[in-house]
Design a protein around this ligand. Structure first.
Ligand code: NDP
Length: 452
């Protein structure tokens, strides 16, 4: 095939949109990868001949199922559950489970697609998958959550396994939910295997898993800044979210001598001009995770802090930004405001939190920009280490795991630098670097298998 015979990116995207109608988040995620990969493979005939990108953008399978459960009043409730197994070229499917009313097939397909490249970047043998349900855990009792998790696993168990597909937590799924699902899997199969990660330490979990995503996003930020001759110390940071990723990102910013100014949830954001301290972060962890409280209560608890209902923190002036809540939470207009306010680096703790044109605005303004598939890979990396510990029936120490996490984040940064060169020798395009580095490993494994 001559180079001129290859389909162009527009034609490719037309096909993706036609085959996946209305799935806008999925289109967005595929386009983000395709725009770089098309350029990279233009003179690499073999990837065209074997239709590699087209094949990665078609999930291996999408499983959708009914989840029935009974609420505390005895009403029968019906939810929809999913597992998207995107690609297992380099290892068993791996990716979180999300419980949130916004969950639909498009969101899970985008997340499973992204996960494929992210897992590849970690250097560990893990393919990409994602799952979840439109179940809303907010306001539900612990027993309702338990019944839902058990019912969800009653179907999911036949599609997963320690060498097949190993789910983990995500939005709305923390240690409690993983415990309920693991218990049900064990009960149904009579097997005690590492089928889930993010488990409690008493039953096969790994130290450092809880902190890993938030810490990892700050390590990536640190490496970007260091490469540019800069550092976190003395810098202010705006952070969104107030869950697992956000609180640990704030904590590590603090460890590095930075000053976290904000946190948020779906109700709004808090601004603490004095900066969050370890004590304040610990309060948020307990208040949000254990008491299931709202972030607005922070402003009642800590003097000087203010709550901004229905707003996001992106117009607060700061040096660094860590979006750690959800997808598309930084619009293009908000990205431009942040640039105007002098932000120098963004590290994405959440998955795809920045709109496509917002990313381009950051890149055009030469803001250091760590895309989620690289910057938030620390969580799945330690999940990969949890799998290794389960297979060996061993538990590694916290210091060792912290070191491994730091090294993995550094190696992801190096891979991004290797492929992220731009015309400006001083500026790295980490989006390009992450997409190409993530793609090559999966693509080469797929080539080795022929057409399957
Ligand atoms: P949590 O459930 O612990 O926290 C999610 C936070 O985001 C909450 O503060 C929540 O607020 C807020 N949030 C969720 N949806 C929205 C929304 N639509 N608008 C505004 N705020 C919202 O989740 P995690 O911290 O685990 O996950 C956060 C992000 O990080 C997600 O994008 C996830 O995919 C990503 N991620 C997580 C990993 C992990 O290890 N946990 C690994 C890699 C990526 P509220 O309480 O009001 O719902």
């Amino acid at each position: 095939m001559a180079a001129s015979d290859h389909v162009g990116i527009e034609q490719f995207m037309t096909g993706v949109k036609k085959r996946n109608p209305g799935e806008t988040e999925f289109h967005q995620a595929v386009y983000e990868v395709a725009q770089y990969v098309f350029d990279y493979i233009k003179d690499k005939e073999i990837y065209h001949e074997y239709q590699i990108l087209r094949r990665i953008a078609e999930p291996d399978r999408v499983i959708s199922f009914r989840v029935c459960w009974e609420d505390d009043k005895g009403n029968i409730r019906v939810q929809r559950g999913y597992r998207v197994q995107n690609n297992n070229a380099i290892g068993p499917y791996k990716g979180g489970i999300r419980f949130h009313p916004s969950v639909n097939q498009s969101i899970l397909k985008f997340l499973a697609f992204e996960q494929t490249f992210k897992n590849s970047l970690t250097g560990l043998p893990m393919g990409g998958g994602k799952g979840g349900s439109d179940f809303n855990p907010k306001g539900k009792s612990t027993h309702e959550i338990m019944r839902f998790c058990q019912s969800f696993m009653t179907e999911l168990y036949r599609h997963v396994g320690a060498d097949v597909d190993i789910p983990a937590g995500d939005i709305g799924v923390g240690g409690r939910e993983i415990g309920f699902m693991f218990g049900q899997y064990k009960r149904i199969t009579n097997q005690y295997t590492g089928v889930l990660t993010g488990k409690g330490l008493e039953y096969g979990g790994s130290l450092v898993r809880t902190e890993a995503t938030g810490y990892g996003a700050v390590y990536f930020l640190e490496d970007m800044l260091n490469k540019a001759g800069n550092a976190i110390e003395g810098k202010t940071a705006i952070i969104s979210g107030s869950g697992n990723v956000a609180t640990h990102a704030a904590e590590k910013i603090l460890h590095r001598g930075g000053k976290p100014l904000t946190l948020s949830d779906s109700g709004g954001f808090i601004l603490d001009p004095d900066g969050l301290t370890q004590e304040k972060i610990d309060w948020v962890k307990v208040h949000k995770t254990h008491r299931r409280g709202r972030i607005e209560d922070y402003a009642k608890e800590f003097k000087g802090a203010t709550f901004h209902a229905g707003k996001r923190p992106w117009d607060v002036k700061a040096d660094l930004a860590l979006p750690c809540a959800t997808q598309n939470e930084i619009t293009t207009a908000e990205a431009k405001t942040m640039i105007k306010n002098g932000v120098i680096a963004v590290s994405e703790g959440a998955n795809m939190p920045t709109e496509q044109d917002g990313i381009h605005a950051f890149l055009d303004a030469k803001v250091l920009f760590g895309p989620s598939k690289a910057a938030n890979a620390g969580g799945v990396a330690v999940s990969g280490l949890e799998i290794s510990q389960n297979q060996q029936r061993m538990s590694w120490g916290a210091d060792d795991l912290q070191k491994q996490l730091r090294n993995i984040m550094q190696s992801i940064h190096e891979k991004c630098v290797q492929y992220g060169d731009t015309k400006d020798p001083k500026y790295i395009d980490y989006v390009k670097g992450a997409n190409i580095a993530g793609f090559t490993k999966v693509a080469d494994a797929m080539l080795a298998y022929g057409v399957v």
